[in-house]
Design a protein around this ligand. Structure first.
Ligand code: NAP
Length: 353
């Protein structure tokens, strides 16, 4: 029996995880956390907000599913990695912000870091532990979001409601906006760099509107392995929670003869600036990825609150990245300072747009 802690249990990923755990006799929910919604009686150990590492200390889980949204998920990510507890990671923001610290904690702790993001789960399976020198490049696919094919002019007045209407995935509001701006793919690019130890010039992003191919790995011998499936987060959640068992899920297999379309195109980096900005932040390293994430969180909240136009999100992030010094963080305190400084700059900038 695997004892699971689900952090962010009331969210899109958290609720799907409950369904997976409920259907699997080998998985037991021992701890659950939300940010503000009541979850009394859901598990033996529950916590609403506060320091989630206290809940993890009490519950002693075998697997932590971190499905909190945003930088708030960071202490739980570092706790699991440091303690050698398997981490099923949906909260990509923590790995983006604290990549170097997280990789060091994973090495010290000796546990497993199992990606829940569908593209990274797919890449993890294609790579299957093969050494990085056998890999030529990794390709992450992006649906392109609801505004694929639009020009900058056409995006000037889009509303939060339009940006929240994602064509292929049903997700929480923050990641849905990130998908509309392509910031999500930028975060995933940085996430892939830290998860798989690949330099940025060997991670490519392509737009694939039907979201059937989740990732593809090109190997040095000319072979490529891809991971395919209908877009349904229950597949990667189940894979990470039950790893390496691969239990059955209610998700149907691909119907190839039914007219499956596999089309790909290059992302429009001029219109969707955040993908290019994320790559730049990743390549610069230090706390630039942390600043990218912090500024993006601030800008997305401002957009959802009606205080910033859609294109203002990239403007705020770009200005913030230009103003921070990006000094590498020696420890969590340094990182928290870098995050706070980027938020302060981003808030000031957002108020001016
Ligand atoms: N949704 C997807 O399909 C998908 C796919 C890939 C990756 N992800 C990643 O998974 C994470 C969660 O996404 P989501 O779409 O599930 O988000 P969501 O639906 O907005 O849910 C967020 C969850 O986090 C909780 N939370 C927020 N702040 C918290 C805090 N300070 N302490 C404890 N819990 C807190 C929320 O609790 P309350 O309800 O009480 O506020 C809620 O349970 C994100 O990092 C996202 O990028 C999501």
């Amino acid at each position: 029996m695997k004892r699971i802690a689900v952090l962010g249990v009331t969210g899109s990923i958290g609720r799907q995880a409950l369904e997976i755990i409920g259907a699997h006799p080998g998985l037991e929910l021992v701890a659950a956390a939300s940010g503000s919604q009541p979850i009394d009686g859901l598990a033996e150990h529950v916590q609403v907000g506060g320091d989630l590492t206290e809940l993890l200390e009490r519950a002693e889980p075998d697997v932590v599913l971190n499905a909190v949204v945003g930088f708030a998920g960071l202490p739980a990510t570092l706790w699991a990695l440091e303690h050698g507890v398997d981490l099923a990671l949906a909260n990509k923001e923590s790995l983006v912000a604290a990549g170097d610290l997280a990789v060091a904690a994973l090495r010290r702790g000796g546990g497993r870091l199992l990606p829940v993001d569908s593209e990274h789960s797919a890449a993890f399976q294609c790579l299957d532990g093969r050494p990085s020198e056998t890999v030529d490049s990794l390709v992450l696919t992006a649906s392109g979001g609801p505004f694929r094919g639009r020009t900058r002019e056409e995006l000037a007045d889009v509303t939060a409601e339009q940006a929240l209407a994602h064509p292929t995935w049903s997700m929480g509001p923050k990641i849905t906006i990130d998908s509309a701006t392509l910031a999500n793919k930028g975060l995933e690019l940085i996430e892939a760099h830290f998860l798989f130890g690949l330099p940025y010039d060997r991670v490519e992003v392509v737009v694939h509107p039907t979201s059937v191919v989740h990732a593809l790995v090109r190997f040095r011998d000319g072979a490529s392995l891809a991971h395919l499936g209908y877009p349904d987060m229950r597949v990667p959640i189940s894979y990470a929670l039950a790893y390496p068992e691969r239990p059955s899920t209610p998700v149907r297999g691909l119907d190839l003869a039914g007219g499956l379309t596999l089309a790909f195109e290059a992302p429009d980096l001029e219109t969707f600036r955040l993908l290019a900005l994320a790559r730049e932040a990743g390549e610069r390293g230090g706390t630039y990825p942390c600043a990218f994430n912090a500024a993006n969180e601030v800008a997305v909240a401002a957009f959802l609150g009606g205080g910033l136009p859609f294109l203002g999100i990239a403007e705020v992030v770009e200005e913030t990245l230009g103003a921070v010094d990006g000094t590498p963080a020696r420890d969590l305190d340094d990182l928290v300072d870098a995050d706070a400084e980027a938020r302060r700059l981003a808030e000031r900038r957002a108020a001016l747009v």
